[in-house]
Design a binder for this molecule. Sequence first.
Ligand SMILES: Nc1ncnc2c1ncn2[C@@H]1O[C@H](COP(=O)(O)OP(=O)(O)OP(=O)(O)O)[C@@H](O)[C@H]1O
Ligand SMILES: [Mg+2]
Length: 344
Amino acid sequence: MSEPLLSVDELEVTFRTEDGAVRAVDRVSFGLERGEVVSIVGESGCGKSVTAMSLMGLTEGPNASVGGSVRLDGQELVGADGETLRAVRGDRMAMVFQNPMTSLNPVHRIGNQIVEQIRAHRDVGKREAMDRAVELLDAVGVPDAEERARSYPHEFSGGMRQRAMIAMALSLDPEILIADEPTTALDVTIQAQIIELLRKLNRERGLAVILITHDLGVVAEIADRVAVMYAGRIVETGSLDEVFYDPRHPYTWGLLGSVPRVGGERPRRLAQIEGQPPSLLNPPSGCRFRARCPHAFNMCESEPELIARGEPGDHLDRCWLEIAERPVLRELPSGQIGLGVPTS
Ligand SMILES: Nc1ncnc2c1ncn2[C@@H]1O[C@H](COP(=O)(O)OP(=O)(O)OP(=O)(O)O)[C@@H](O)[C@H]1O
Ligand SMILES: [Mg+2]
């Protein structure tokens, strides 16, 4: 099989802090094909944003060390020099950050910011770049784009700012868009519009998307594949249907909150699971979920690998439970297995 567009292998990110080393991302591997949407889900602090930023080379610094490999079309990005990374960022791979103000400068007009970004990478005049900026703002659904291009970020509503960020991210026509919680701060109607926009870009331009979200409804609408992260690691990954209709890992069962029925209503939000994820400063040995897992047994003291445990294929999980027993265990009433109910 040929290599995917983006290939992440054993990615490791460690931060040095006053209390010690925090391994925020621990041997994370996944691939992204052209035109594919991969969604990363998991509780707060499990390493989603750090994973996303590391793909763009944005976590490297004096207090961070990044290991493993991120290859874009075969080109290694981990440890690549600044010039290589600048050429890739925005141009081939762009990011919509969790906090919109990370990428919008409050003192510059939106249109000019997009123009600057285009002209930093392309040999085009101001006029041409502004035409492109207006075209992009229009494409992402900013009304009166020509007029609104002259606005400052604070003059935009949350939803419009999010669109402006997406327009900015798309300004160099990247092959990959990394969207970190692009709709979290928005009301439901605007959320739906932003997701529809991402879906349209995916279908019409073949844009490959890595989408980080807490919203399982969004995942169900747009993702081709899903990676579930827990405490810095992927604990389950597979196609949308595999992970939603045949979840294998007790943590995924917890997130889904209740057994999803085929064709039935799925919970939109990640369910609350009793207890807290372990500290990434001194993570426990073995399966990291075992302290919260109602099914933990002696095997769980050693760490399970992320492998296919059912039929051969791409549905992988990190759990020692006998594969044949899992459907029965999953269907135990949630009270019995200590998992919460969906929050909304
Ligand atoms: N610069 C840093 N220095 C030290 N620790 C960090 C740093 N950045 C992130 N972390 C830690 O790494 C872990 C993963 O953080 P990350 O932001 O990736 O979580 P997340 O899954 O995106 O969470 P959320 O859903 O809340 O956005 C957390 O424990 C966080 O405290
Ligand atoms: Mg985050």
